[in-house]
Design a protein around this ligand. Structure first.
Ligand code: HEC
Length: 200
């Protein structure tokens, strides 16, 4: 083969890869915009608070993504909706304000895209982080005690103290990281409609 022809083939191969990996992806999702909810005048998907965004980084650094995905699959070829993991499938528009977009693929534990709805109470989520077996005695989710501080109680325990060891005047309180992580988990829900994924 002539060198010029070989070079042309290599360039063509590169062009196809570029088109397949970048250009098509950009055409499909690059120009997605939030949808304005006419009633509330707020965007769908909703914008998570800065504190929840901090929590997303805790979620990533604690390795939750090694066991939990954040993407509900549609009814075709998947049982996600019948498992109750969300009211509808996840679509690219859901991740517009999620930076980083932690989609994940490992499903050792349930998908958490709608956990803010499934476990609405922040107390439940906090209790789960400290000891998942407190809410569900058979849970195999690992506890995360290092996200909590053991402090002296002083005259009385703090309002958000999880455990109080009265004899030793000690209390177990959520750290800043635990609070941010719970804010993030609370922000995860799919309960808003999008044109490409309406609520059932
Ligand atoms: C080693 C794998 C693993 C890791 C890491 C892990 N989890 Fe889990 N998690 C599980 C499993 C398995 C379950 C389901 C347990 C059950 O209900 O029997 C679960 C359940 C949960 C649930 C309850 C879900 C529901 O639908 O009831 C929440 C919330 C949760 N995990 C949050 C977290 C968070 C937050 C982190 C990171 C700080 C984390 N998990 C890290 C495996 C894991």
């Amino acid at each position: 083969m002539k060198p010029t022809r070989a070079l042309a083939l290599v360039l063509l191969a590169l062009l196809f890869t570029w088109a397949g990996q970048l250009a098509i992806g950009y055409i499909q999702v690059g120009k997605l915009e939030p949808i304005l909810n006419e009633e509330t005048n707020l965007p769908n998907p909703p914008t998570p608070s800065g504190f929840a965004q901090t929590g997303a980084r805790v979620f990533a650094s604690e390795g939750c993504i090694e066991c939990h995905s954040l993407s509900v699959r549609g009814p075709v070829g998947s049982a996600d909706l019948t498992r109750g993991w969300g009211p509808r499938r996840s679509v690219p528009r859901d991740y517009l304000f999620r930076e980083p977009a932690l989609i994940g693929f490992s499903r050792i534990g349930p998908d958490l895209s709608d956990i803010g709805e499934r476990m609405k109470e922040s107390n439940d989520l906090m209790a789960h982080l400290l000891n998942p077996r407190k809410l569900k005695p058979t849970s195999t989710c690992p506890p995360h005690p290092w996200l909590f501080d053991v402090k002296l109680t002083g005259p009385r325990p703090e309002n958000d103290a999880m455990t109080v060891i009265t004899q030793e005047w000690k209390q177990v309180v959520p750290s800043y990281k635990a609070k941010a992580l719970v804010a993030y988990l609370q922000s995860l829900n799919l309960g808003y409609p999008l044109p490409e994924a309406p609520l059932k």
